[in-house]
Design a protein. Structure first.
Length: 211
């Protein structure tokens, strides 16, 4: 079953441009790709304007080449975008934007909105706050989600089909999560410090050096 997502960027005229991604839209999938390969303004703009992608790969060119459709990106007002998402079967939405109220610098970053249950539109918790530039920072959501996924895989590795493949995926996720934590700004590190993840990241890389 596909995990559908949209990646979007808020333009200077307050419109929003977005592209649809059909597979692996969850936080440790598309979310991880965005943090690893599209985590700056120009790259975020390219991925949001690429149009339909079956899956998101390391480059926009590769993502387009492997896509089964060639739909153009969507341009809408923020209200239109929110309303369209609520009516859709999307499960995750990623938006590149600034949130100057919560951070001392005004650098833009990825935010993520996730659908809850499928019973009602209001289960898109927090999506209405997009117009006010509110949302959950992807870096925080990714690190905690990825490390939970790693723990779940390793705890069940004896029962997983294609065990080596799953364990390899867990190792890659762990490395990416700790790398992201290591690269965060001082403001972001306060969040990770509170949750004990900075220490875990430091221990991880120390073990890598000594291995």
């Amino acid at each position: 079953m596909s995990t559908r997502a949209r990646v979007a960027i808020i333009n200077k005229d307050n419109s929003i441009t977005s592209s649809y991604i059909h597979h692996d839209g969850y936080i440790s999938g598309v979310g991880g790709q965005l943090l690893e390969h599209y985590n700056n303004g120009p790259a975020a703009s390219r991925v949001a304007r690429m149009g339909y992608a079956s899956s998101l790969y390391d480059t926009v060119k590769e993502s387009r080449a492997s896509s089964v459709h060639k739909e153009l990106p969507c341009i809408a007002t923020i209200k239109e975008f929110i309303d369209d998402v609520k009516r859709s079967d999307l499960e995750f939405v990623y938006v590149w934007m600034k949130d100057a109220r919560n951070f001392t610098d005004e650098a833009a970053s990825w935010y993520v909105f996730a659908r809850g249950s499928y019973t009602a539109e209001i289960d898109w918790v927090g999506l209405d706050g997009l117009a006010q530039r509110n949302g959950k920072r992807l870096i925080f959501e990714f690190a905690t989600d990825a490390l939970r996924t790693v723990e779940r895989i390793r705890n069940r590795d004896g029962h997983l089909y294609l065990q080596d493949e799953y364990l390899s995926h867990a190792n890659e996720l762990e490395h990416l999560a700790f790398s992201q934590i290591r690269q965060t700004s001082s403001v972001e590190r306060d969040y990770f410090m509170t949750n004990g993840l900075v220490t875990k990241a430091e221990n991880y890389f120390e073990e890598q050096v000594n291995a």
